[in-house]
Design a protein around this ligand. Structure first.
Ligand code: XMP
Length: 600
């Protein structure tokens, strides 16, 4: 029988603890996360233990601490950063406060060890520590030193007692900046005798069994948005439980992508029959947004209405005894700028009073809460979800409503002054710089901005020019490049987030997504919002402009503009210009900050 004991990562509070487990799983090893206070016999059922870093300096440093008893287990143990210091101390070494190192250092391996198999003598590692190991106890030796750019050498960057199978790294091999970190993790798994048994396929039966035991004989209720996470949870529930116990609700706000709500229905309705509940609330959403210009106001209205619709449905369906399943994934639980707002909107979905009551009563099931997006996608694939479902990009809760901008038809008052300053600046020969007559949301110095986009045309601006102008031009938070015909006149067109505008944007969005898929570019961008501006670049008084906003990003906190092949633009621009009312196509060249990903 294959040995299926996991590597247990003890979460001492460091921000990378979950990443360590995800990295091992990415290498094919079964890895789980445990608190230091978890029952010792549970931790002992592992092929090895990893002690994570910690933000606290002395939480576990007393004798007999939770970590101490783990260190007495007769299995291989590897510590990172704080975990490394705990190992040194436990076996008679010393740790002092001082000699911090942050960022990249060069690790120099001074003693051969199986933990460094296939790692070059010198490599870049990522450091983030304030305390430092200054001596090691009996049986331990220094395996390597680290040096910073200023030439300072730090001792005990890596230590080991090969007999006891104890290893410590001052650096974080789990982050990508530690170039050979994954090799070191692989080596540790080898030392543990851990076999490669983790794959989404293997994980699946365990997950299904645990869902069955948690759910017992209750009914389960899930809100399906059309995103990857809730779809994977839906699929898990349908595999684990009899169909008649699974209830789903999809709310069509009217701001979904083209045919998206139908696709959600197609994917699940056949499976759960009349337990798939579908509410077309689009009329109510459009009515509520009629004439609303301010992005914040739009968000507030959408959020409140969503809550109202969900509450109505849940009470109507009388789901008071059901277990609520949610597609929460690990990054949702990390407090980060990028997910902060996602949290707010998920609040709409997941924290309506009825749901909060269920959470208090312990009736919430979050089967993928430990997984990262990539793992969720792997699981989705193992579950047989269609490929084009799995490669979907993140989509904001308010949907296309934050991508259809509104205008009262009046130019922002500051436009003339900002344009005058732009006209005074020096621009490359042949380049025109036109301030657009509307505002969009951005972020400057961690604060929200609501400023004007600058449209460049004539000569393609280089990335340097865009970066410096975004930094120095007052009143501007975005720079776009005109991919459409030359223009002589730009005017704002009154109107809000109406069904016809949303329809135009759905068409544009479908053209872009189709080309991305057709040219195999879905993975080349992290997200690709397509935005409709109530701005006409021609004499068409009802015209609009379409903005392409491809971004590279990790979690949406910052964003860069990826380079896409010319063939992509050659394919989409003429098609977009063929949509009635579209007068031009613009490419957003702004990084975040100062431009946010969404225009709102
Ligand atoms: P911004 O526009 O702030 O967006 O640069 C960062 C990321 O968050 C997504 N986003 C949302 N996601 N509900 C969500 O679930 C929301 O209300 C929301 N607003 C923005 C955005 O699409 C990008 O990925």
């Amino acid at each position: 029988m294959t040995q299926h004991l996991p590597i247990t990562v003890i979460d001492l509070g460091g921000q990378y603890a979950h990443l360590i487990a995800a990295k091992f799983r990415g290498l094919g090893y079964h890895a789980v996360i445990a608190d230091p206070e978890a029952p010792l016999d549970e931790i002992a059922r592992s092929c090895g233990v990893v002690l994570s870093g910690s933000p606290s300096l002395s939480a576990y440093d007393e004798d007999g601490s939770a970590v101490g008893r783990i260190l007495d287990l007769p299995i291989p143990i590897l510590g990172f950063c704080f975990g490394h210091q705990e190992i040194a101390k436990h076996y008679g070494g010393t740790v002092i406060h001082g000699q911090p190192e942050y960022g990249q250092s060069t690790l120099e391996i001074t003693v051969d060890s199986p933990i460094f198999r296939n790692v070059p003598k010198q490599s870049i590692v990522f450091m983030s520590h304030g305390d430092t190991v200054t001596s090691v106890g009996e049986g331990f030796s220094e395996l390597g030193t680290s040096s910073t750019a200023d030439g300072t050498v730090h001792h005990f960057a890596a230590i080991a007692d090969e007999d006891r199978r104890r290893y410590g790294f001052q650096y974080h091999p789990e982050v990508d900046d530690s170039v050979f970190g994954h090799v070191m993790l692989e080596n540790f798994a080898g030392i543990c005798g851990c076999e490669k048994t983790w794959s989404a396929e293997n994980f699946l039966p365990e997950k299904l069994a645990s869902i069955r035991s948690t759910v017992g004989d209750r009914d389960v209720f899930l809100l399906v948005s059309g995103g990857v996470d809730s779809s994977v949870v839906a699929e898990l529930l349908l595999r684990a439980l009899p169909g008649e116990r699974v209830h789903m609700l999809h709310v069509d706000t009217g701001f979904m992508r083209e045919r998206e709500s139908d696709q959600v229905r197609d994917l699940f309705a056949g499976r759960v029959g009349d337990r798939f509940h579908f509410v077309d609330a689009s009329q109510r959403f459009f009515e509520a947004l009629a004439g609303v210009i301010s992005p914040e106001e739009k968000r507030k209205i959408i959020g409140e209405l969503f809550v109202a619709v969900c509450e109505e449905e849940m009470s109507r369906l009388n789901l008071s005894d059901a277990l609520l399943a949610q597609g929460t994934i690990y990054p949702d639980t990390i407090e980060s700028g990028g997910t902060r707002r996602a949290h707010v909107i998920k609040t709409h979905h997941n924290r309506v009073p009825l749901i909060e009551e269920m959470i208090r009563a312990g009736r919430v099931l979050e089967p993928i809460a430990d997984l990262y997006k990539k793992e969720v996608r792997d699981l989705g694939r193992a579950l047989g979800l269609p490929g084009e479902w799995i490669d979907r990009h993140p989509f904001p809760g308010p949907g296309l409503a934050v991508r259809v901008l509104a205008s009262d038809g009046r130019e922002p008052a500051e436009r003339a002054v900002v344009q005058a300053a732009i006209d005074e600046a020096v621009w490359p020969e042949g380049m025109q710089a036109t301030v657009l007559p509307l505002r969009s949301v951005g972020v400057k110095a961690d604060l929200r901005s609501y400023e004007l986009p600058l449209c460049l045309s004539g000569v393609l601006p280089g990335a340097d020019l865009v970066a410096t102008r975004l930094k120095t031009l007052p009143g501007i938070n975005r720079i776009v490049w005109n991919l459409g015909p030359a223009f002589s006149k730009v005017s704002c067109v009154p109107g809000s987030c109406t069904p016809d505008r949303v329809r135009t944007l759905q068409q544009a969005d479908a053209i872009v997504t189709g080309a991305l898929r057709g040219q195999d570019l879905m993975d080349a961008v992290w997200q690709f919002p397509v935005v409709l501006l109530p701005v006409s670049f021609s004499n068409d008084a009802a015209g609009c402009a379409i903005v392409l906003r491809p971004v590279s990003s990790e979690r949406g906190m910052t964003a860069r503009v990826p380079e896409l092949p010319q063939a992509f633009f050659d394919a989409v621009v003429p098609e977009l210009l063929g949509i009635p009312t579209v007068t031009t196509v613009l490419l957003d060249l702004s990084t975040k900050p100062p431009g946010t990903i969404e225009w709102e």
